[in-house]
Design a protein around this ligand. Sequence first.
Ligand SMILES: [Fe+2]
Ligand SMILES: [Fe+2]
Length: 181
Amino acid sequence: MPMENKVLYTLQKEHDFAKNIAALLFSVVKKLREKKSISLLNLKDLVNAISPVMEAHHRKEMEVFAYLTSEEEITKDNLLDILREEHNLGYEYFSNALRIIDHENKGSTEKYELVPFHIEEYAKLLEKHIQKEEEGFFPMIKKYIGENEQAELLPAFERIEKEFKNGKNASIIKEAVKSIR
Ligand SMILES: [Fe+2]
Ligand SMILES: [Fe+2]
């Protein structure tokens, strides 16, 4: 990974963190299916921490997409459209899981087994999506996002960081990663 492209470096670092998130969620799913010690409220906190961390990452990627939409190489196989759709699908899995968790907390027991289902689908999607981006999207950044583009994108990344204030969420996730090992 060349360090000189800071846009690429930032997104790659976030992917490394997202790979830990996927692994964490697979463990959570396993525990939920074994009916082990993950309370729904903790699970809700975890999902509520992961969601904005991933959203901030997606927002940065969308900023980069905007610089790539005119490149013929990219538009011909609709890669960016697919990646955008996958971001939206991810939010859907998470909001479905949260909706069921909320019902459960109110005393309804319906469809509880769907919580691990939605979380597992999200984790699977996340892993595939990361691979797709590292194979298809990251090489485009290397090729088309030069110094001028980086000079515009990096302040946009900082604005997104400020808007999301994900410091606390990242700690919650790191703690969960540690505790589940
Ligand atoms: Fe993405
Ligand atoms: Fe990504």
